[in-house]
Design a protein around this ligand. Structure first.
Ligand code: C2E
Ligand code: CA
Ligand code: CA
Ligand code: CA
Length: 276
């Protein structure tokens, strides 16, 4: 009896062991990549839907591992969060963002217009000294050149604390965007208190908004709600001209997505977007 049980468990435990082993090795290699500055920041343009003008960019972290090749942020960011590496990673992202903003400012074309959006994870957000910490890591860059992106679910984890931190951030001059909006069940009363500048409409609603009238209704509702609360809307994941046109018609302010431009390494981003 015992033997039969062992046999049936075996393939499962092997797969488990394999997955655990990969995650353990990945944790070690990611740790080394963070301290060895082997990560990269890519930049994706954000544009004004009415004029087509660049309004800023989002900084997106990239990791190339010698053995595994490009590892998706969808895999290594949650791992970093789980294994206590996200603060070190987040600090590097902030420093590298500042370095890049300053480097662009030195160019004859003059620097990034608008703001650079930087993703902040829940664990960074839990730090009561976060605003001061960001200012230290981005010394030399004006807060007016930075927007901080926090997901809707991160806000809702401890909404009262979030209200406080967001006010401190705004007072310091940072803009604030609520990322992945529509997926995190925020209550309207909190939304009003979160002092955010922008709602980023989650890609999942944009993807099928032309075919699916429920998704279209959600997008329209988010835009109307943002207007009522005096926030701007940024649609993510815009991949086609038709999506861009419909969003513009609906009154969405800005957009980001492959239709306008993919995330690019700093030099390619500058060559394509920061020339006069
Ligand atoms: P996010 O903040 O929602 O970022 C937007 C994601 O959508 C990015 O994925 C971007 O490459 C992708 N994207 C942009 N335009 C399109 C499009 O037209 N179609 C499609 N299908 N996708 C598009 P990416 O770079 O893989 O990042 C995934 C997530 O990882 C981000 O989602 C963010 O939550 C996290 N992340 C990335 N960089 C950082 C970072 O520096 N810090 C933190 N905390 N999280 C990061
Ligand atoms: Ca984001
Ligand atoms: Ca997002
Ligand atoms: Ca997302």
């Amino acid at each position: 009896h015992a033997k039969r049980r062992e046999k049936s468990i075996c393939p499962y435990t092997q797969t488990m062991r394999h997955a655990l082993h990969r995650r353990q090795r990945m944790t070690e290699r990611l740790n080394a990549a963070i301290s060895g500055h082997q990560l990269a920041l890519y930049f994706q343009p954000q544009v004004d839907l009415a004029s087509g003008r660049l309004t800023g960019a989002e900084a997106l972290c990239r990791w190339y591992d010698a053995e595994w090749g490009w590892v998706s942020p969808g895999e290594f960011i949650p791992l970093a969060e789980e294994r206590g590496l996200i603060r070190a990673l987040g600090d590097w992202v902030l420093e590298e963002s500042a370095r890049q903003l300053l480097a662009w400012r030195e160019k004859p074309e003059g620097g990034l217009p608008g703001r650079l959006s930087i993703n902040i994870s829940a664990q960074q957000f839990a730090d009561p000294e976060l605003t001061r910490h960001i200012a230290q890591l981005t010394a030399g860059v004006s807060p007016s050149a930075i927007a901080l992106e926090l997901t809707e679910s991160d806000f809702m984890r401890d909404p009262d604390q979030a209200v406080e931190i967001t006010h401190t951030m705004r007072q310091a001059g940072y803009a604030l965007s609520i990322d992945d909006f529509g997926t995190g069940y925020s209550s309207l009363s909190y939304l009003r208190r979160f002092a955010a500048d922008a709602l980023k409409i989650d890609i999942s609603f944009v993807r099928e908004m032309l075919e699916n009238k429920n998704d279209r209704a959600i997008v329209q509702t988010i835009i109307a709600m943002a207007k009522a609360l005096e926030m701007k809307t940024v649609a993510e994941g815009v991949e086609t001209r038709d999506q861009a046109n419909l969003l513009a018609e609906m009154g969405c302010n800005e957009a980001q997505g492959y239709w306008f431009g993919r995330p690019l390494p700093a030099d390619e981003f500058a060559a394509q977007w920061l020339t006069t």
